[in-house]
Design a protein around this ligand. Structure first.
Ligand SMILES: [Zn+2]
Length: 389
């Protein structure tokens, strides 16, 4: 039996990294191109679908070379995200779109939506390849990982840094350039960051915490895709809900339906249009949660906390007033509000960090706190100038 050769060098995959990105980074350790590594070392020359459904024989070889489990490698491809993110990679299912995007409703009652059926459709897979990434994440040349989710029209911002994804060219591990070389990283709005944090939670945890309850990742992706289609519904079909659709577009500052007059599925729209649609979806969710908008769709209530109606106790109104104030609950609420503010306000971020790091002198302990802040969606560059007293 031939002994299995391990690669002496292979960087660990990042959470959510695309298989192609990781392979390019491995190849860069040997001053090679990803394709050369596949062909010369593994004998897989013609692999065009590395990030969608690579052959099992290739995944097995990669697992043997790296010692990384097969399941983990498969999770770096779209095939590993079936059936949560998409029902199937097979585009011959005639009712795929109907099943995915028309069984739920958020902004419009179901009766207002004309069910569409098209052939050759797969959820989220774009008509043309997308090259967008986080400028902060790719700043370190030794650590350039491109996430699989960034290759889909699914997110607008980086889940770790909260800034807009920007267009790039090149491959990870080799030289990467930005399309707009002068552009400084732009912070995404709170509404966009909130939507993308949920998508990231769905991808990494398998569930999303919504105000009403925790939902399965599969439901989150379908709700998001439903919203995108509802926002692209001709107003003439929206009946009395037309005003709601119009107000979302007005609020996010883009033309109605991102300038579309003919209906086409989201996946094949121009990338610029897709980004505007995603922005409108984030705006719609924000408007629902802040109760500016009360949509009539069945699943809209998921974005609202459980109403406290029907709750009575035997205390009189005067006695109820005397109920002890729950200072702890108030403190938790104040902290949550401060964290939300710190995501887009550097000063609040620094104040909050100063408060949380009070008494911490140990650099490791401060580093752990920085990681916690980053996980909460507070951009680390807000704290880059912060020095403990
Ligand atoms: Zn980032």
């Amino acid at each position: 039996m031939k002994p299995v050769l391990r690669w002496p060098l292979h960087p660990a995959p990042k959470e959510g990294e695309a298989l192609s990105s990781w392979l390019h980074r491995v190849a860069a350790c040997y001053q090679m191109d990803g394709r050369d590594l596949l062909e010369n070392d593994l004998g897989h020359g013609q692999v065009n679908d590395l990030d969608s459904a690579p052959p099992l024989s290739l995944l097995t070889a990669l697992s043997q070379r790296s010692g990384i489990e097969l399941d983990r490698l498969r999770g770096m491809t779209l095939a590993g995200w079936v059936p949560w993110l998409l029902d199937s990679l097979d585009d011959r299912l005639s009712s795929a779109l109907e099943t995915y995007a028309f069984q739920f409703s958020v902004l419009l009652p179901k009766r207002n939506r004309k069910t569409r059926s098209i052939t050759s459709w797969r959820a989220w897979l774009p008509g043309q390849s997308i090259h967008r990434a986080c400028p902060f994440c790719l700043n370190d040349p030794a650590n350039q990982a491109v996430l699989l989710a960034w290759k889909l029209p699914l997110m607008l911002s980086c889940p770790l840094h909260g800034c807009w994804l920007e267009s790039y060219w090149g491959v990870p591990g080799r030289f990467l350039g930005w399309e707009n070389t002068d552009a400084a990283p732009r912070m995404a709005s709170a509404a966009i960051a909130a939507m993308d944090r949920r998508t990231w939670q769905a991808l990494t945890m398998g569930y999303v915490e919504l105000p009403r309850r925790r939902i399965h990742a599969g439901l989150w992706f379908r709700l998001l895709r439903t919203l995108l289609d509802e926002l692209n519904t001709p107003l003439s079909q929206c009946g009395t809900c037309a005003g709601k659709i119009r107000s979302v577009w007005e609020r996010c500052g883009h033309p109605l339906r991102a300038g579309q007059s003919l209906w086409r599925p989201y996946e094949i729209l121009d990338p610029v249009v897709q980004l505007q649609m995603l922005e409108a979806a984030a705006t719609a969710i924000d408007l629902i949660e802040s109760k500016v908008l009360s949509p009539r769709g069945e699943q809209a209530a998921l974005f609202l906390a459980e109403p406290q109606t029907g709750f009575t106790n035997s205390l009189t109104a005067v006695e109820r007033k005397k109920e002890p104030i729950n200072y702890w609950q108030q403190a938790v609420q104040a902290i949550n509000e401060a964290v939300a503010e710190a995501r887009h306000n550097p000063e609040t971020a620094r104040s909050l960090f100063a408060l949380a790091s009070y008494g911490r002198r140990n650099p490791e302990s401060l580093e752990r706190l920085r990681v916690t802040f980053a996980k909460e969606g507070i951009p680390s560059e807000f704290l880059s100038h912060y020095q403990p007293d």
